[in-house]
Design a protein around this ligand. Structure first.
Ligand code: ADP
Length: 531
């Protein structure tokens, strides 16, 4: 084994030189006059120098364009130890300078080291870019805006031009965003964006058409004459593209759930920069993230359309269903009155049953109509001064159930919409009857802290804690359809109505131990009721 203590100094130095000259760094030393006595390291190449080339020369003579080197050497010779940074084009060096002391503790020269960190800096910048891009993409759920964001993010940091195209479900291409770093090119960018004629069937060995067809990226670091003939562009579009002056080119697919959704094209033109494989990797990563964001934005857009269609359908259907119900009820009530009193008997019971069924149907249809009103936020509230105790007693009486008993202290007066409060109470009471296991139901009305409270307590099947928030959502139910009929809309609407009155509706329950629903309403109108 080699022992560095016994090794000939010249042999040791040549080994050190060999190591330093294949590493991305520079080691140098000067004497007290600033004359270079050592200059080694592969990173010297970034300054156009070979290792050892400057030895014996003054820094100023060796690097005539780099006055900062002499200045730094002077600082070190004055006893300062410091670090710094130097950048020339894509090359970045991190520097450390220090004085060098002889055995008497006197400054005998300067030493320095420079580490080339260009790659690390580039990777840091790429990571920063991706983090920022992801943040922007996550925030955006508007489909077209997401695509424009992607294009905008890329200039000028990644490219001089960027384009995003999107593949529609019928394989038609929509050109959604064209961005130019140079503002004087904005008009040309608009013209390219307006020119949608991309035909996926055109033969193409490069460009968007090829990337959309194959799902593979395309990198052309140096664009040669005739490149535009290979991208499958129609003549008008080719003419527009030739005005861009493409010098370097890359295109990556935007993928979501394994499908090619579009393509991102980056172009270097005026800046003279060139793309390499690192740029391609970064663009591909952006393509993956943007693809996922575009996919989400598209799902969101589709879901919104579906919800809109459902709401439109519910709105039309409930109006249409409602129209014949009112005259039907009037006719049945007339029929009921026309039956000779005393001898109604079986006939009368049948008519009563029919009236009850029509009322039930009307309530269901009204609920459907209310759901569309909630979606469009247009409850039409007509507040009036009323006594909640009296109103609750009236609603309880309508239920015609011997199981329900009411407790209330005097009058609880406030300004609320009579019909809507009736609707909330009817819903709570009919639920208590439906899910109450034929056990007694307690209703009590009281005032607490400027609020009117009505509670409805049953002793029926109860609601598991995990379901207690869910049941207030649209179409949500916590019982099997076969055992209990219903649409799962009553509580949803009741809570929205309570909120429209600046009130609330809550539940306390345990499974199998009954449920208590409490409606809380502000006593004074305070703010205007929401319409
Ligand atoms: P529906 O009764 O038509 O299903 P609701 O919106 O009024 O719709 O109620 C939603 C769900 O909440 C019901 O399906 C049921 O699971 C539960 N629920 C409501 N009230 C009670 C109650 N008093 N006891 C037990 N469960 C209830």
């Amino acid at each position: 084994m080699l022992n560095p203590e016994t090794l000939d100094p010249a042999a040791l130095l040549s080994r050190l030189r060999a190591a330093v000259n294949c590493a991305p760094l520079i080691l140098f030393a000067t004497d007290l006059s600033g004359r270079i006595v050592l200059s080694e390291g592969k990173a010297l190449e970034a300054m156009g120098h070979q290792p050892g080339q400057s030895t014996g020369k003054m820094a100023g003579a060796s690097f005539p364009d780099q006055a900062w080197i002499t200045q730094n050497i002077q600082r070190a010779l004055a006893g300062e130890t410091f670090t710094g940074r130097w950048q020339l084009g894509a090359t970045v060096l991190e520097l450390t300078y220090a004085p060098f002391y002889d055995e008497h503790g006197q400054i005998a020269g300067a030493v320095g080291m420079a580490l080339e960190v260009s790659e690390r800096e580039r990777a840091d910048r790429a990571m920063q870019f991706l983090v920022e891009a992801s943040r922007v993409l996550v925030e955006s759920i508007d489909f077209d805006a997401t695509l424009r964001q992607v294009a905008r993010l890329c200039v000028p940091r990644l490219a001089d031009w960027s384009t995003v195209v999107f593949l529609e479900e019928d394989n038609q291409i929509r050109r959604l965003a064209v961005e130019a770093a140079d503002p004087s090119q904005a008009e040309l960018a608009r013209e390219i964006q307006a020119n949608n004629a991309i035909d996926l069937r055109q033969p193409a060995t490069h460009g968007t058409v090829k990337v959309l067809r194959t799902g593979e990226s395309d990198l052309v670091p140096v664009v040669e004459e005739g490149f535009l003939d290979t991208v499958g562009a129609a003549p008008t579009r080719a003419r527009l593209l030739s005005r861009v002056g493409v010098q370097s080119y890359l295109c990556v697919p935007l993928c979501g759930r394994g499908r090619v959704l579009g393509a991102l094209t980056l172009v270097m033109a005026g800046s003279g920069r060139r793309f390499d494989h690192k740029d391609l990797e970064l663009a591909e990563e952006l393509g993956r993230r943007a693809g996922a964001a575009i996919d989400n934005a598209r799902l969101f857009r589709d879901a919104q359309l579906a919800v809109q269609m459902r709401d439109d359908f519910l709105s039309i259907a409930s109006h249409e269903l409602n129209t014949p119900l009112t005259p039907l009820l009037v006719r049945l009530q007339r029929l009921q009155r026309s039956l000779p009193s005393g001898e109604g008997g079986a006939q009368g019971e049948k008519v009563d049953l029919a009236i009850a069924q029509v009322r039930r149907l009307t309530r269901l249809v009204d609920n459907l109509l209310d759901v569309t009103r909630v979606s469009a936020s247009r409850f039409d509230l007509r507040p009036e001064r009323l006594d909640l105790v009296e109103l609750t007693q009236a609603v309880v009486a309508q239920q015609e159930s011997p199981l329900i008993s009411v407790r209330g202290e005097g009058a609880v007066v406030g300004e609320w919409d009579r019909l809507r409060i009736e609707q909330i109470l009817t819903n709570l009471l009919s639920n208590a009857v439906k899910y109450g296991g034929e056990q007694p139901i307690d209703v009590w009305i009281r005032c607490e802290d400027e609020r009117a409270l009505v509670s409805v307590r049953d002793q029926g099947i109860g609601i598991a804690p995990a379901d207690q928030e869910r049941i207030f959502r649209r179409f949500e139910r916590a019982v099997p359809v076969l055992s209990y009929g219903g649409l799962g809309l009553g509580l949803f609407i009741a809570r929205q109505l309570a909120a429209a009155h600046h009130g609330s509706l809550s539940v306390a329950s345990q499974l199998g131990e009954g449920a208590t629903f409490t409606l809380s309403l502000p006593l004074s109108p305070g703010q205007r009721l929401s319409a």
